[in-house]
Structure formats: C-alpha cells, structure tokens
Design a binder for this molecule. Structure first.
Ligand code: NAD
Length: 455
C-alpha cells in the first residue's frame, strides 16, 4: 500500500466483535480510517433471507426453522498418500432443510471450504430447489484441500474415504450430492461406486442415484455437463428478450472458465455475443476484439487448465477484471467477488450469477442503485440442479434420456422459473433476487403450514 494514497481499501486479518479472527477490510475515505469485518457468506445469505422474509411477512416460527441448518456433519478421515505417508482431511456436509424433499447440493474441493461456507451454500440450495419447483431441499459440502497438490490416485482415495466417512448421512432418497468447484463426473463416479459397494448386493444398483452428475456410462444424464452453463445462457437470453435487446455483438466477460463459465460462454458465442475477457484461478486475460471460446477451451486442455499466456489476448491486472468494458458480466467461480470495492466501477449492465453468492449484499446495493440488473444465482445457475433432477428421475425409473429431450425439458423449466421471478419482481417493484427468494420461501412456508410441526 502506498501511505500517501488519498483513499484506499485493502484486506487484512483482524478480529470481529466475538474476538474471532476474520478477514477485515481497512478503508480510508476522506482521511478517515475504518476497519470492518468482511462479510462472510453466511452473513450474506442471512441478510438476503431476512430481507425477503420481511417482504412476505414470513410466519415467525417458520423464520426460526429456516434460519438454522438441520444437520451439520464434519468428518476427519485419514488417507494414505502416494509416498506412504498418511494425511488427515476434514470434510463437511451441511443439510439445511428438507421440507420439500431430500437434501440436494454439490461437493466442493477447495481451500476455502469450511463450515460457514457449507452452511451458506446449503441454504442457497434450499432456496434454489424450491424456486425451481423441485421435490428437494438443500445441502452442500466438500473437503478443505487444494486438489492441484494431489495425484489422481490420491484424489480417488480421498473421495472414496470421504464417502465412507459420510456413510448413511448421504443416500438416494436422503441427501444427493453433485459436482461443484474442483469436482466433476469422475468424482461422482467414485462416490457412487463406493456408496453402492457398501450396500447389500441386492440393493447396489438401486442406489445409483446417490449422486448426480455421473459419467454417461454409469447412469449420468446426457447434457448434465452443460446444464448449468446452458441455464446461465438461457437466463441472459430471456432477460434480453424481455428488454428487446439483441445478443448479437454484445460483449461479455466471465470469471471462472470451468464447467459453468465455459458452457455459458459457448452458448452465448453461438448466439452472436462476444467473449472479451476471462479470469481464472491463475490469471486474467482480455481482447476487446473477441476471444474464441473453443480456442481458449482447447488451450486450457494443454496448459494445466490455466488461461495464462493464451496467445490471442493480453494479461489484465487481477483487481481490474470486473471493471473491464463489457455489456454482460458472468461471475462463475467463487463467492464474494463483487463487493463494495469493485461495484462502483463495474461497466456491465447485466450481471448473470453463474457462481453461488458471487455478489455480496454491499456490492449488490451499489449495483442496484446504479441501475444494473442482477440475475440472481438461485435462478441463473439453477439449470445444474434441474439437470441433476432429470438424472435422478432417469435412474429411479430405469430410463435413458436423449440429449435433445433433456435440453428441451431444461429450456422449459428455466423459462418457467425465469418468468415467475421476472413477473414477481415487476409486479411488486422489487429486484430479481428478492423476488426469487420470496417465491422460494413462500413455497416452503406453505409446506410447513400444510403438514404442521411434529409432534
Ligand atoms: P470448476 O471447478 O469447473 O471451475 C471453476 C473455475 O473457477 C476454474 O476456471 C477456476 O480456475 C476458477 N477459479 C477458481 N478460483 C478462482 C479465483 N480465485 N479467481 C478466479 N477464478 C477462479 O467449477 P464449476 O462447476 O464451474 O463451478 C463454478 C461456480 O458455479 C461455483 O460457484 C459453483 O458453486 C457454481 N455452480 C456450479 C454448478 C455445476 O453444475 N457445476 C451448478 C450451480 C452452481
């Protein structure tokens, strides 16, 4: 930091009101220095929930139930590394609510995985499955680790041992994990195989739908790989149609060029929009004339999944990324990326949230004041869980669905959800996130009112 700089903001470790060590922001505005804890994901999701709950006058008893998570499972388990040493890993599974059906949500392998993140992400899943009209609740979890530090054989043993440690806390009619950051169809195949292997022989195949997002050889759904990104693209397309805007020539930027970011970019480019900048875990690149999606995809296959040094683009400074010139911005990596620090300088007119929780409450407030539309995560990236639902149904009914059938069903489901949220927000003069939360919470409230509270 340059001490002579007039105004500044940076991050450091500090303590919150309960003396817990947390990341804080240190901000100097007009000679005044302020230190504030950086809002955690949980604080964000609770603020979003409470603001929607206020709007619909949610019954106080149901507010109490939905403010907490039903179950929180933390497992510590040993795994033998390739060199013979044993390492201990910590895995999480948080089950927020199952009023509408089994818990559903991804497993993430990342150093930022902790109980706070798992709780917040599990809650978002409850709202997402409810909003999509699915017979599911919400769960989330993962392992705190950096997968780049482990061999494929080690990741397989870690995954299988984690599955074994979770035991009957997951199950096809109880809690159904899916891929998330740094997990994929291979991870799901290892989980399904391990879980099925621990069942009595006659029950093994009946448990294949313990996870979704599996490879197509073992019950996976044609098109599940692209379902989330396709849903992000559809959300953008529906919004532009409502506002009489053409996607042709529109510039977009994507943070995260993994499963969600790549497929969203793929479909947007097919519809005439132009990818102009990308950021991933390793770097940021820009070319205002356009970056060809397939060229970048091929490049990362031979460059350890990194976009760095892609020949047809220039590097960009990390914290300038979100402020680059564009029409549409797609955060499709981690949470808490759009904050009060960068929100005032964002140029996009539309933010389509591919990631879960990429915009924090303070960032969102600034964006809304500036007239920027946000298609909220629980709507925008819901194509993934809808695809997972189709896979679950396919396995449960012993069917095999074709790609065109899947895409047509996904299109229909995304359109229904989008129209519900868009109309609700217009009719009540509220932003799309609050509208989406209101619809989701009202459905769960109805379930509780109809069935009552045991005993
Ligand atoms: P992925 O592992 O396939 O890709 C993640 C991408 O983000 C990679 O390109 C990685 O390099 C990048 N990234 C990681 N850390 C970063 C950082 N600090 N800065 C910039 N980029 C970074 O993951 P995914 O499945 O595409 O998931 C991305 C987001 O979408 C997550 O928030 C996830 O919860 C959400 N999501 C995923 C699905 C799904 O079906 N996969 C469904 C709904 C929501």
């Amino acid at each position: 930091m340059n001490p002579n700089q007039q105004n500044f903001i940076f991050y450091d470790w500090g303590y919150n009101s309960t003396k817990k060590k947390v990341m804080i922001t240190i901000e100097k505005v007009n000679s005044k220095i302020q230190k504030q804890p950086l809002k955690g994901m949980m604080e964000n999701v609770m603020e979003q929930f409470n603001s929607a709950a206020d709007q619909i006058n949610l019954h106080p008893n149901i507010r109490k139930i939905l403010s907490i998570t039903n179950n929180e499972i933390i497992v510590n388990f040993p795994v033998k590394m390739d060199n013979g040493d044993v390492e201990i890993f910590t895995g999480y599974r948080v089950q927020h609510n199952n009023a509408l059906g089994p818990y559903k949500g991804g497993l993430r392998y990342h150093p930022t995985v902790d109980i706070d993140a798992a709780r917040a992400l599990a809650m978002w899943m409850t709202w997402k499955t409810s909003l999509s009209g699915l017979p599911y609740g919400g769960g989330k979890g993962g392992i705190k680790l950096d997968p780049t530090k482990y061999s494929k054989a080690e990741l397989e043993r870690i995954t299988r041992r984690f599955t074994f440690a979770l035991a009957d806390n997951i199950g096809p009619e109880h809690d159904i994990p899916a891929p998330d950051i740094n997990t994929n169809s291979q991870t799901m195949a290892w989980i399904a195989d391990t879980y099925m292997s621990t069942r009595p022989p006659a029950e093994r195949t009946a448990n294949q739908h313990v996870v979704t997002g599996k490879p197509d050889g073992i019950g996976g759904l044609a098109g599940r790989d692209r379902a989330t990104g396709y849903g992000v693209y559809l959300s953008i397309k529906f919004w532009t149609e409502k506002n009489n805007i053409s996607l042709e020539g529109k510039k977009f930027i994507v943070q995260g060029f993994g499963n969600v970011g790549y497929w969203a970019a793929y479909f947007l480019e097919k519809d005439g929009a132009k990818l102009v900048a990308v950021q991933d875990a390793y770097g940021s690149i820009q070319n205002q004339k356009g970056i060809k999606v397939e060229d970048l995809f091929k490049y990362i296959q031979i460059n350890d999944a990194s976009i760095v040094d892609f020949p047809n683009a220039k590097p960009v400074e990390k914290n300038k990324f979100f402020t680059l010139d564009c029409d549409i911005c797609i955060p499709a990596a981690l949470g808490n990326q759009i904050t009060r620090e960068n929100a005032p300088r964002i140029k996009a007119k539309l933010i389509a949230e591919g990631a879960n929780g990429p915009t924090n409450v303070e960032g969102e407030k600034i964006l809304l004041e500036r007239g920027i539309t946000i298609i909220p995560d629980i709507l925008c990236n819901s194509g993934g869980v809808v695809g997972s639902y189709f896979e679950w149904l396919q396995n449960r009914n012993g069917e095999i669905w074709q790609l065109d059938e899947v895409m047509a069903k996904l299109d229909k489901k995304m359109k229904e959800s989008f129209n519900k949220v868009y109309d609700y927000s217009k009719n009540r003069g509220m932003d799309m996130r609050t509208a989406a939360f209101c619809i989701a919470i009202e459905r769960i409230e109805k379930a509780y009112i109809q069935r009552g509270i045991f005993p």
